[in-house]
Design a protein around this ligand. Structure first.
Ligand code: ADP
Length: 463
């Protein structure tokens, strides 16, 4: 499956982008607003200045030309940095302006001018707003011109832009952190649900997800999952019960077939062919009974009432007893059998004697089954600090690495060639269950063609 971005990462990105875009929109709107306000403000100032200019000239209309020039120069020096001018309609200046800035200033053309007009002019690398207003002073038509630098406004707008740009990382960080925190907070129950669901398997189907009271999708999810677990558990229980019942019920007819066959075999007049057939039936019934017994054991184990009886058990004594039972078979199979037990020193653990005997027997039986004639089988028991370790080794056919993870599964038999060796594929599954019930660890290491070692580590009683 293609790897997708996690929801928290996506929320972080979404939040970050939304905050950023929102902030950008706000910033642009504010900038436009500020720019329009500043421009309107400056135009108003220009308009007020030209009003005042007109007033000054109007008051001076009956005076002599030199006095009017004086009024004009005084006004021009006092306001607008000298950028005020009076033009005649032909474009020539009414007064000669002595201010250096005004002399070089590129005033816009007056041609075709009917009404007051604003325009933009660039002079000396700076832009200026210019207002031209046609007026009548006395009986003369003149055009008043005033200019104001754009620089102060540009400075304010530039600072605003710098501030806006500097806050980009802050807003991005705030947005992303907000998204991340919201995501983490909203999804933290999902992590818990995932952990719990991962830990639930066929062995602990009675477990449930923690109940949520959030009245949201997550609460619905946990409730639906718990309802599903409920259904699964009851289905599995029914299947287990069926397996246990079927195994139990089948044992009686099998036992009758076996008894009847054995009785028939005692008949002296029984022909050779019939005897062979009956012996075959007895053998098959024995195998089927062993299989049913194993299935019944596992079904009971699943139902969590494996009928274990807990008592102090001397594992060293038990191992010796099992090895004694196995020795004749080892001799029969021409296998050397090495046993190493601590002398006169019990290895006490708490456990079920019958189940532990079965566990040790399964490992030794397998070692003998899967080791060809002339090979070696061994059992060693050592009491270490706080634990007892039992190792069953053989020099047999070994187990391929690909099979190792599955040999404790039910009905798993490693290779078709094992068809030569009788077995149900349930022995190690039962052994694993018994080990688990005793809090023991059962591990295996093996090399195909060289043999296997099964290692059991039990905690010592009282540890
Ligand atoms: P089975 O009845 O087939 O012996 P088990 O559950 O006892 O079933 O073992 C499962 C499989 O593990 C066996 O079929 C066999 O392939 C493999 N196995 C178990 N013990 C050994 C061993 N000592 N050496 C090699 N293979 C083994």
């Amino acid at each position: 499956m293609r790897e997708r971005w996690s929801i928290s990462l996506r929320l972080t990105l979404w939040f970050g982008s939304f905050f950023f875009l929102g902030w950008l929109l706000f910033g642009v709107t504010m900038w436009l607003n500020l720019s329009t306000t500043l421009r309107a403000e400056r135009d108003q100032t220009l308009s007020r200045r030209i009003d005042r200019f007109q007033e000054v000239l109007g008051n001076a209309q009956h005076e002599v030309q030199s006095e009017r020039l004086g009024d004009f120069l005084e006004f021009s020096r006092a306001t607008g940095n000298g950028l005020n001018e009076v033009f005649r309609p032909d474009g020539n200046r009414e007064f000669s302006n002595t201010t250096p800035a005004a002399k070089k200033f590129p005033w816009p053309s007056l041609i075709g001018m009917q009404a007051e007009k604003y325009s933009l002019v660039v002079s000396g690398g700076q832009s200026y707003r210019v207002l031209l207003r046609p007026v009548n002073v006395g009986n003369r038509s003149l055009v008043l011109a005033c200019a104001a630098s754009e620089s102060p406004n540009r400075l304010v707008l530039g600072r605003f832009l710098v501030g806006l740009g500097a806050s980009v990382p802050v807003f991005l960080l705030l947005g992303s952190a907000g998204g991340y925190l919201v995501g983490r907070r909203a999804l933290s129950p999902v992590d818990e649900i995932t952990r719990r669901v991962q830990s639930i398997s066929i062995g602990n189907l009675s477990e449930r997800l923690p109940a949520l009271n959030s009245r949201d999708e997550l609460q619905r999810l946990t409730e639906t999952s718990n309802a599903m677990l409920e259904r699964l558990e009851s289905s599995v229980l029914r299947i287990r019960q069926f397996t246990a019942d079927a195994s139990h019920e089948l044992r009686a007819p099998l036992s009758i077939i076996r008894t009847s066959s054995e009785v028939a075999l005692r008949e002296p007049q029984l022909g050779g062919e019939s005897r062979k057939t009956l012996l075959g039936i007895v053998g098959e019934v024995e195998r089927a009974t062993a299989l049913l017994n194993d299935m019944l054991t596992l079904a009971r184990a699943d139902a969590a009432h494996g009928d274990l009886l807990w008592e102090p058990v001397d594992l060293a004594g038990l191992a010796e007893e099992v090895c004694e039972t196995a020795t004749p078979r080892a001799q029969q199979c021409e296998l050397s059998f090495a046993i190493s037990l601590p002398h006169d020193q019990p290895a006490m653990i708490m456990g079920d004697l019958f189940a532990l005997r079965r566990l040790l027997w399964t490992l030794i039986d397998n070692a003998m089954k899967y080791t060809p004639h002339g090979g070696a089988v061994g059992l060693s028991l050592t009491a270490e600090a706080g634990s007892v370790v039992v190792e069953v080794t053989d020099s047999g056919i070994g187990i391929a690495a690909k099979d190792l993870p599955y040999i404790f599964d039910r009905f798993y038999r490693a290779d078709p060639s094992r068809g030569d060796v009788e077995g149900t594929g349930l022995g190690l599954a039962i052994a694993k269950w018994i080990a688990q019930m005793h809090k023991a660890e059962l591990t295996v290491s093996s090399e195909p063609g060289h043999g296997s070692t099964f290692c059991l580590t039990f905690p010592l009683a009282g540890k």
